[in-house]
Write a protein that binds this ligand. Structure first.
Ligand code: ADP
Ligand code: MG
Length: 715
């Protein structure tokens, strides 16, 4: 047992009773727990507030002044002590509810004290309840910063304040044995990046010696947290790379070249070409490709998927592409069939509604290898779907599939197929690196040329006539319109628009066109039927909930109207907006909002009107909502229990931490359990560690991640 594992009751100033209280209320049972319970904010002790500066939203602040008088009020449990306190120009009231006799005699009128507490206003009078009181020595005015700890009510009621913890931490640092505490980072890493040593960092987090030192202390703790997390994730994914073999696709062959040279309907963008090269490189290594392809809506992911499938086919394998809905699968089928016909490949569609006879033929064709490409929905996962030689699985719009479902696709061939996961929800890099670990990420960051940008407007209820006029004009020009609502049914508690009432209204306003409706509460068959009305162009307006968010392609649609836009997340709005701008000369996205939205909401919606760059939007979204809420991360299995680091803002530290982890793994393949056959082939530098540092890392990894979970495996 080390010093830090010592029971907290043995710390000077604690004992049995307080020890139990700390354990119950603050989860502090050992010295280490205390040391790692950090202040949640810091106060500049040289800054005194004037009562005239008080506002209702202030946290605890310092006031310098004198007590004028003390009076007791009430009887029994209602008894309280009040004092008038002056800062020299104004007065406030101080209230104590417990230990009244003690406080009455504790402070002398006429002397200067520093009060520390949260100002609250009662009627017109500013008050502070149970402030911390310290005497003031004009010859030694306070300087520097102090940490403020969060203290639960139960402790406060017993008269404890934030000072309880700072006093205890001080006692801990006065214990000579604390010098024995080992640094948790290897010495080589500390010196390479000039990080603050552990003890100094801990000290500065509790008692900052300067703002600069506090910053360095924080950086070090964040680095440490991210470093071990990255090391853990990367170690697993390398392990996986060794364990799981992949098909080797050595050549670019006839189908690929024939299609590329003679039939491709457009010049690939630079980004599409680059991504194809990245994929090609993966597929000839002998490791199984596990690649996430991110590309904004309309960036041309389908063609990349198709060309990748051709690589598999050229090497004698079959390819599958799986979409989350029947509508999407059908669209992919038609697109891919059109492309494949040119070069004589057989493509089939398999969904829940494929008839028994056709289904049987497809099963047969997959088994005997006569089907080259199968497009489908979840139906592809079923056990009776067997392949002759599945070499590649493409999964579109990955966040609609659960991890377990994706894993099933693996089992369809002896050697796991290469996997390409495509998503239009741009995940900020920092998040992707943490959630998906060593999963290779490709990004199509360029739209095909000639796209007309979508004009986005924020409009309010009283602009409706103007908005309907725009819709009318587009209808006259032969275009189609999406209108999205947050709810299916009106709801008394929520003042939001619903698709059912919307349908009636829109039919009334545009009586000459057919209006159809889809929402998540419909039966799938009914939904498909309504959707088909819109895809075929028979219905000109589609009113819907966000079920239309993913992938639907109706190039003739030119307006996306979103009701109660203030209720949607930015990434969701971006997805919805991506449904238009796919063909029409000009497209519009109109965000309808109620009139009285707050500043934050206005700012959020302002991002939508300012940019169409999915990555910018996604990063802004992450900064505003925090990474835990990001779409696509919920099912990933990672708990966002980072204590000090913040994925939204600490991208730079994360980069360095990851780089360091990579270099260490390059130099120390012994961190990976499965022995390598030959040499691992990872690029990047090497950081060689001493034996002592290697042991240190092993210990830390064990402490932090003894529950094994392979985060890197996404498919
Ligand atoms: P997404 O990435 O959203 O799935 P799609 O693959 O559906 O995008 O492509 C959107 C549209 O752009 C399709 O009509 C597709 O044919 C077209 N497209 C794709 N790549 C190019 C390109 N390089 N040049 C021109 N048009 C392209
Ligand atoms: Mg797509």
């Amino acid at each position: 047992m080390t010093f830090l594992d010592t029971d907290i009751k043995f710390l000077k100033g604690v004992g049995e009773k307080k020890g139990k209280l700390l354990g119950d209320e603050l989860e502090i049972s050992t010295f280490a727990d205390l040391l790692y319970t950090f202040p949640y904010r810091y106060v500049d002790t040289s800054r005194f507030y004037k009562i005239a500066e008080f506002t209702g939203e202030m946290p605890s602040v310092q006031v310098l002044g004198q007590f004028i008088n003390f009076t007791t009020e009430g009887e029994g449990v209602k008894k309280r002590l009040k004092a008038t306190f002056s800062d020299g120009s104004r007065f406030m009231e101080i209230v104590w509810f417990t230990k009244i006799e003690f406080f009455k005699g504790a402070y002398k009128p006429g002397q200067y004290y520093i009060l520390f507490g949260k100002p609250t206003q009662f009627r017109d009078v500013w008050q502070m309840a149970h402030p911390e009181v310290n005497s003031y020595d004009a010859s030694k005015p306070p300087t520097g910063f102090r940490g403020i700890y969060s203290i639960p009510d139960k402790l406060r009621k017993r008269g404890h304040s934030t000072r309880l913890l700072s006093d205890l931490v001080k006692n801990l640092f006065e214990n000579a044995k604390i010098r024995e505490v080992q640094d948790t980072l290897p010495a080589e890493v500390i010196s390479k990046y000039n990080l603050m040593p552990l003890l100094e960092s801990l000290y500065n987090l509790h008692f900052p010696q300067s703002p600069d030192k506090l910053k360095k202390a924080r950086e070090r703790m964040k680095f440490e947290e991210l470093f071990y997390l990255q090391l853990h994730i990367l170690r697993f994914s390398r392990e996986r790379g060794r364990r799981i073999k992949g098909h080797v696709f050595p050549r670019i062959g006839e189908f690929f070249n024939n299609y590329y040279n003679n039939y491709i309907p457009f010049e690939l963008t630079g980004a599409q070409k680059r991504v194809l090269r990245e994929i090609r490189n993966d597929m000839r290594t002998g490791r199984q490709m596990n690649r996430l392809l991110q590309g904004d809506v309309g960036s041309g992911k389908t063609m990349v998927a198709f060309m990748t499938m051709l690589m598999a086919i050229d090497n004698g394998f079959q390819a599958a592409i799986m979409a989350p809905t029947e509508i999407l699968a059908t669209q992919h089928y038609e697109t891919i069939k059109g492309w494949s016909e040119k070069i004589g490949l057989r493509v089939e569609l398999l969904t829940g509604s494929t008839r028994v006879k056709a289904r049987r033929e497809i099963h047969q064709g997959l088994l005997d290898g006569s089907i080259n490409i199968i497009v489908g929905t979840h139906a592809l996962i079923e056990d009776n779907v067997q392949f002759k030689s599945l070499g590649l699985t493409v999964i579109d719009e990955q966040h609609r599939f659960g991890v377990a479902q994706r894993a099933k696709m693996w089992k369809k061939s002896e050697v796991a197929p290469h996997v390409l996961v495509m998503t239009a929800t741009p995940i900020p890099r920092t998040l992707a690196m943490t959630v998906y670990g060593d999963l290779e990420v490709s990004v199509i960051d360029e739209l095909p040329p000639g796209r007309k940008p979508i004009q986005t407007y924020l409009r309010f209820d009283n602009d409706r006539t103007e908005v309907y006029r725009l819709i009318n004009r587009e209808l006259q020009a032969g275009r189609q319109i999406y209108i999205v609502y947050p709810l299916v049914k009106e709801n008394e508690k929520l003042d939001l628009k619903s698709v059912e009432t919307g349908l009636e209204r829109i039919r009334g306003i545009f009586p000459n066109v057919k209006v159809c409706m889809v929402h998540g509460k419909m039966k799938p068959s009914e939904k498909d039927c309504q959707m088909e009305l819109f895809v075929s162009g028979e219905a000109r307006i589609l009113v819907a909930t966000t079920v239309i968010e993913v992938g639907v392609n109706v190039p003739n649609a030119s307006v996306m109207l979103i009701e109660n836009a203030e209720r949607f997340g930015l990434s969701q709005l971006h997805q919805l907006r991506g449904r238009v701008g796919r063909g029409a000369e000009h497209s519009y996205c109109i965000l309808m909002s109620k009139n009285n939205i707050g500043g934050d909401t206005r700012k959020r919606l302002g991002i939508m009107t300012d940019t169409t760059d999915g990555f910018l939007i996604s990063e802004a979204d992450m900064k505003m909502r925090g990474p835990g809420d990001m779409e696509g991360t919920q099912q990933s299995g990672i708990a966002f229990n980072l204590k000090v680091a913040n994925l939204a803002t600490d991208g730079q530290i994360l980069n360095i931490a990851r780089q360091t982890a990579i270099e260490i793994l390059n130099a120390h393949p012994e961190f990976i359990e499965t022995p390598a056959e030959g040499k691992d082939n990872y690029s990047g530098g090497e950081l060689k560690l001493s034996m002592e540092s290697v042991m240190k890392i092993r210990k830390e990894l064990h402490l932090r991640f003894s529950k094994k979970y392979d985060w890197s495996q996404i498919s």
